[in-house]
Design a binder for this molecule. Sequence first.
Ligand SMILES: Cc1cc2nc3c(=O)[nH]c(=O)nc-3n(C[C@H](O)[C@H](O)[C@H](O)COP(=O)(O)OP(=O)(O)OC[C@H]3O[C@@H](n4cnc5c(N)ncnc54)[C@H](O)[C@@H]3O)c2cc1C
Length: 285
Amino acid sequence: MKYHKPQDFDEASRLAAGAKGATRFLAGGTDVLVQMRADVFTPDEIIDLKHIPGVKDITRRADGGWTIGIAVSGAEMSEHADLHAEWPGLVEAMDLIGSTQVQGRATLVGNLCNASPAADSVPAMIAAGVTVTVTGPNGSREVAVEDIPTGPGKTALARGELISAVNIPARGDHGGDAYERFIPRTEMDIAVVGVGINLRLDGDTVTEARVGLGAVAPTALLVQEAADAIIGTTLDDAALDKLAAATSAACKPINDKRGTVEFRTHVAGVLARRVALTAYKRAKG
Ligand SMILES: Cc1cc2nc3c(=O)[nH]c(=O)nc-3n(C[C@H](O)[C@H](O)[C@H](O)COP(=O)(O)OP(=O)(O)OC[C@H]3O[C@@H](n4cnc5c(N)ncnc54)[C@H](O)[C@@H]3O)c2cc1C
């Protein structure tokens, strides 16, 4: 196996484009190294991104948004007071990942590119309207998070492409987000359903909303019908009923030992109600 330590993203892209055999990028390693140890998957080439300058930085942009370096861990996000205060749902989603040890390494980008349909940070990022900067042989482009996973274990990244930054939009006034998942145990389990909601208010009325849904389809989903159900409402019972129905209707889950199709579909609606109420409360301040 070949190990590479590029000093910038262009070099990382060139290495990936020229690699022979299966390649993995190394961010926190909590998926890559665990899969290697368990003999699930052993890459021919590993491209370690942690030594590229700036990858551990959390930076406030001039437009008020945040740029998160690709090697920033969940623990570092949780400990960042301003980021946590502005995007509690997104930070809490990351905070659900694994144990304290895993938290010290796991990254947003690794969670996204491992492309598990049950990845916790992905519905929260979709709800927040997060984009990623993709760097490749033809330069860089900005891509919405919901357009990165294409199926279990698969992404839209072409050969030689990698993610070089995570871009969180400006919070703006009167906004709030939240994320919750259902797991069969109290911790250290994989989501059976995960729901992230981000909304903005004018007075008591919801003026903008985004709903991200995880673990109930081959990829995490942006559910426009669920957002439409609460935009223009004061999140009264009728709106919450419509939100729950639209969220459940978007589910295309599998049956497995951790949850049946019927159970996952029902729980998605229940969680959407709860998460919307939390996001609304946060938006009220
Ligand atoms: C004990 C344990 C518990 C866990 N619990 C959870 C949980 O509750 N919820 C959950 O969602 N996940 C969980 N995970 C999975 C894992 O921790 C997360 O998916 C984590 O966010 C992966 O991030 P990483 O930086 O460690 O990724 P890595 O292992 O470094 O990489 C993961 C994948 O992303 C790719 N990649 C990395 N960086 C880039 C880049 N810049 N550009 C393109 N591709 C890239 C790699 O090639 C690889 O395919 C758990 C893992 C363990 C070991």
